[in-house]
Design a protein around this ligand. Structure first.
Ligand code: EPU
Length: 420
């Protein structure tokens, strides 16, 4: 059991390299299981716990996975089983992409249902709707999903809710179905586009990813390819907000500024200076921030995964801010922790009313989930005194080397083992 001890008050200055996108990589690695010939070399994979979990799962079904720095070499030509019934499946969300990938390639799969952050009810009805529309039979009992098909045949599928997971999962299965699938009301997130680009590099025929209509013409087989995962929009957003929270000037390298537009726009509205270059952004502030209203929405709207860091920043902005969380109903639990540090926030259902205070002060707080953990670190970095963040396993699932990255910018974060 480890904790982070954050000593607040330092401005952040310097440059930070943003790593590959977690939510793209956790889909691209299982997508590599669809290659029946040649090796996939996938570069820019983040070194996080969710990826280690995925590596274990892939090896458990016979994939040969080798890490060379940030590159994963995946040989899936001879898998030994289509069943993944190990504990790691339950430790992360993206493990459900094994369903689409193995169903597409082998027309059968049996897996443990996924876990992930406790941020609200996380149904998979839209994934199931998509698989069934392609002709699969879905049987879910005692936390295990068995999905089988004699043949997968392309279909027109309209998703009832905009879902990243369902869009990617159905796209995976449809890539190896017979005929054309049209996926309407699809998610447009950068990681959806990245997975489509990866599949196309493997020989798939997918058009329209990044719009709300994706057309997938099924092919007979997919083959290994070389690919590099896009930069992480959420890690970048987290560092932009931290820079604004602590004052100073931080340049984020290896980003796609277009993916950050909704975050950039809100920071500028608050009075933060954001300068965009080809593949970097620089954030600077003198600490005079004003409150703004934020509503989380599917891409290109403001990302729910950056809501908790943003609400934390707003807790010290001048005046009143209203934050509306429209994606996950339980993503305000971290506010009780922020209140321990002096924040003045009222939560009414899916809305948080934030009245800015002069400053936060250190306390012992819990990282309730992954992005709540990032929010607690930001709160600690800008607070007066010492903040101890517990349950940091959640943070390690999604942020590589987070304390080292902040410390290089002038932050003061120590990792300790309980009992130290
Ligand atoms: N939904 C349904 N039915 C479904 C699927 C989703 O009703 O079959 C609902 C959900 O309840 C939610 C909304 O649709 O209200 C959006 O869910 P989505 O399927 O898009 O979420 P997800 O695929 O489970 C991914 C990310 C999350 C991120 C969301 C939204 C991964 C592994 N996870 O989850 O990331 O919040 O998209 O952008 O890609 C995180 O990284 O911290 C994280 C939680």
């Amino acid at each position: 059991m480890e904790r982070l001890v954050v000593t607040g008050g330092n401005p952040l200055r310097g440059a930070v390299d943003i790593t590959g996108a977690k939510n793209a990589a956790v889909a691209i690695l299982p997508a590599a299981l669809m290659a029946s010939k040649n090796v996939c070399v996938i570069d820019n994979v983040p070194d996080i716990e969710d990826i280690s979990c995925m590596e274990t799962i892939m090896k458990s079904i016979g994939a040969k996975v080798e890490r060379k720095g940030n590159a994963f070499h995946v040989d899936s030509t001879e898998l030994t089983t289509t069943e993944a019934l190990i504990e790691e499946m339950r430790k992360m969300r993206g493990s459900y992409y094994l369903i689409g990938a193995l169903l597409g390639r082998f027309k059968k799969v049996k897996v443990e249902l996924p876990g992930g952050c406790h941020i609200g009810v996380r149904p998979i009805d839209q994934h199931i709707k998509g698989f069934e529309a392609l002709g699969a039979k879905v049987d879910i009992k005692h936390g295990i999903a068995e999905v089988t098909a004699d043949r997968l045949i392309g279909a027109n599928i309209y998703l009832d809710v905009v879902s990243v997971g369902a869009t990617i999962n159905v796209m995976l299965a449809a890539a190896l179905a017979e005929g054309e699938t049209t996926l309407e009301n699809a998610a447009k997130e950068p990681h959806v586009v990245d997975v489509a680009n990866f599949l196309n590099s493997m020989g798939a025929k997918i058009k329209g990813a990044g719009t709300d209509v994706i057309k997938i013409l099924g092919v007979k087989e997919l083959s290994g390819c070389d690919y590099s995962v896009i930069p992480d929009q959420i890690e970048a957003g987290t560092f932009m907000i931290a820079a604004a929270a602590c004052g100073g000037e931080v340049t984020l390298n290896n980003v796609i500024p277009k993916h950050l537009e909704s975050i950039t726009a809100k920071l500028i509205e608050m009075g933060v200076e954001v300068e965009e270059n080809d593949d970097s952004v620089t954030v600077r502030t003198n600490g005079n921030l004003k409150g703004v209203n934020v509503k989380t929405l599917p891409y290109p709207g403001f990302p729910t995964d950056v809501q908790q860091p943003m609400t934390t920043l707003l807790s010290v902005a001048k005046g009143r801010s209203v934050v509306h969380e429209s994606i996950w109903e339980s993503r305000f639990k971290f506010i009780d922790e922020l209140k321990k540090m002096g924040a003045n926030i009222k939560v009414e259902g899916r809305v948080a009313i934030v009245d800015g205070v002069e400053r936060l002060t250190g306390a012992t707080v819990v990282a309730n989930d992954l992005r709540a953990g990032a929010a607690m670190i930001i709160a600690g970095l800008m607070a007066e005194g010492e903040t101890i963040v517990t349950d940091i396993g959640h943070i390690d699932r999604g942020y590589p080397n987070i304390e080292n990255k902040f410390n290089k910018l002038g932050g003061n974060i120590r990792r300790i083992s309980v009992g130290e």
